[in-house]
Structure formats: C-alpha cells, structure tokens
Design a protein around this ligand. Structure first.
Ligand code: SF4
Ligand code: SF4
Length: 114
C-alpha cells in the first residue's frame, strides 16, 4: 500500500495559490485566510520558507493548515482514499511548481513507493 510522506527540499505547497485549491477554501476560516495573506510574499510564496533550502523556518510553530497529518482529517476525500488523497495533492503541487519530471517529483515518487 502506498503511504504518504513529506519529502525534504520540496516546499511546493508553501506557495499559496488558493485559486487552484478550491476545496481548501471551504475549510479555512476567515482568520486563516487573513493569516495566509499576511504570510504571503510578493511572488506568492510563504515568507517563512527558506527558499534556498526549501525548508520551513517556523516548523514547530507552523499554522494548523500546514500540519498535513491533522489538517488532512478535515477532508472527506481523506476518509475515502486515505494517503492516496495526500499523494494526489502533493503531486499536483509539485507538478505545478517544479514540473512532472523534476527532482522533487522523482524524489516524491520514490519515497512514496510509486
Ligand atoms: S508538496 Fe507535499 S512533499 Fe512537498 S513540501 Fe508539501 S507536503 Fe511536503
Ligand atoms: S509556515 Fe512553513 S510549512 Fe507553512 S507554508 Fe510557511 S514555510 Fe510552508
């Protein structure tokens, strides 16, 4: 069975583009959306991402919507498809940010055993 994992040197989901994440709109509160606005830099990336190393600089204090293990439980699709849902989301983000043949996509596929 495929199991989801977050890979190092990725950060693809740390570029906020809620236009492509309509299902998230339904779950986030007004306060969450305001926080995302505050966290977003001019290019759409989270300002807490160390872009060079693709690493979260506030990992232990990151907001609830950055905590995949707990946040995923808010999605019905997670209950239906489990880790398959998370893998699909990560592949979508990685593909949009880095491309389908990127280092990050290859690493993600390898680490999630696809
Ligand atoms: S897109 Fe997935 S693998 Fe990449 S940083 Fe986000 S959760 Fe981790
Ligand atoms: S707080 Fe950290 S995990 Fe959340 S979007 Fe920003 S860099 Fe990514």
């Amino acid at each position: 069975m495929k199991s989801w994992t977050c890979i190092e040197k990725c950060g693809a989901c740390c570029k906020f583009d809620l236009k492509n994440r309509e299902n998230i709109y339904k779950i986030l509160s007004k306060k969450d959306l305001e926080l995302i606005d505050e966290m977003t830099d001019r290019e759409g990336w989270c300002k807490y991402l160390d872009k060079k190393n693709k690493k979260c600089t506030v990992y232990n204090k990151r907001p609830h919507f950055c905590r995949v293990n707990s946040f995923s439980k808010k999605f019905n699709e997670y209950y239906k498809n489990g880790d398959e849902f998370l893998i699909k989301c990560c592949k979508q983000h990685i593909s949009e940010i880095y491309g389908k043949k990127s280092f990050q996509m290859n690493k993600f596929k390898k680490e999630t055993m696809q």
